[in-house]
Design a protein around this ligand. Structure first.
Ligand SMILES: [Zn+2]
Ligand SMILES: [Zn+2]
Length: 302
């Protein structure tokens, strides 16, 4: 990716990673964006540079592989993982809206014996576990192949907001986000470095979200739901208030209040084409130089 401003110390963008080397472990904390779009895939000539696949972010941390959400970007990640089998990965879902789970039935490594996936998610307000919801989307008449056909070892774990998951020396804190039927935010810390994945969350009109501030406190990187601009959010004819998403301007406020070093705007609205997002990126840099817009294929190193 090209950036006009130099990245802050100890956080660089990486153009062409050596995936094989990072798979081997070492001291690396890499964040790889496989899908950055919100709501629905938006392929086409006008979204080539930022990408059209929906939410999926991979973190490779000290030899472990964490996958956040299973939007259509997960299908593309799955093709990459076929080169690294047998695969063991930790999949953490924010919630089960389509744009966060639709890649799962097309995640090829899950069908292959010998691979293992630890799958985490909160229980929905109606009581449904993540296992139930991932299974349900693969039932007739919505999909021809049930989850039981997946031959990898799928292990499911139910989360409650506030739970802390420890994967050896990786600490994952969780917190509830402000979204219809709620979503789960994740704070991942390893060797003094922290990345936060907080998407599908709406800011409040009169105060900052305390859950979000707590998750984001002092983070090296915050991945944030910047689906709209403030102008779109407050548009008189078609306001987006109450839709469960935020704006890049509200993200900047959170980043400043929480002492976040860098923010990656994520979950781009499907109507936002490359030129529009370029413009947003420029406006963002003007008020928060350490801000960037997530792009499909982009890799950051903490
Ligand atoms: Zn979403
Ligand atoms: Zn959602």
């Amino acid at each position: 990716m090209s950036e006009s401003n130099p990245p802050p110390q100890n956080l660089q963008s990486v153009q062409e990673p050596d995936l094989q080397a990072t798979h081997a472990g070492s001291g690396e904390f890499l964040i790889h964006f496989w899908g950055v779009r919100g709501s629905i895939p938006a392929p086409g000539a006008e979204t080539v540079r930022y990408g059209g696949n929906t939410s999926c972010v991979e973190m490779r941390i000290g030899g472990k592989r964490l996958i956040f959400d299973g939007g259509t970007g997960l299908r593309v990640l799955g093709r990459e993982l076929l080169k690294h089998m047998p695969v063991e990965a930790y999949m953490l879902f924010t919630h089960s809206h389509w744009d966060h789970i639709q890649g799962f039935p097309f995640f090829t490594p899950a069908f292959i014996p010998g691979n293992c996936f630890h799958i985490y998610g909160a229980i929905a307000p109606n009581g449904a576990t993540m296992k139930q919801r991932l299974s349900d989307q693969m039932l007739h008449p919505n999909f021809p192949v049930p989850i039981q056909v997946m031959q990898s070892d799928l292990k499911f774990y139910d989360l409650t907001p506030g739970d802390v998951v420890n994967l050896d020396d990786i600490t994952i804190e969780t917190g509830s986000l402000n979204h219809p039927n709620t979503a789960m935010g994740y704070r991942i810390t390893w060797q003094g470095r922290t990345a936060v994945y907080a998407t599908d969350t709406e800011h409040f009109a009169d105060h900052l979200d305390e859950n979000l501030l707590h998750l984001a406190r002092g983070a090296d990187l915050l991945i944030y739901d910047a689906c709209y601009t403030d102008q779109e959010y407050h548009d008189v004819k078609t306001p987006k208030v109450g839709w469960g998403h935020s704006t890049w301007q509200a993200g900047v406020e959170v980043a400043k209040a929480a002492g976040v070093k860098r923010i990656a705007m994520f979950h781009h609205d499907p109507t936002h084409d490359d030129d529009f997002l370029d413009q947003v990126g420029e406006e963002l840099k003007a008020v928060f130089p350490a801000g960037l817009l997530a792009r499909e294929g982009m890799i950051l190193q903490l």
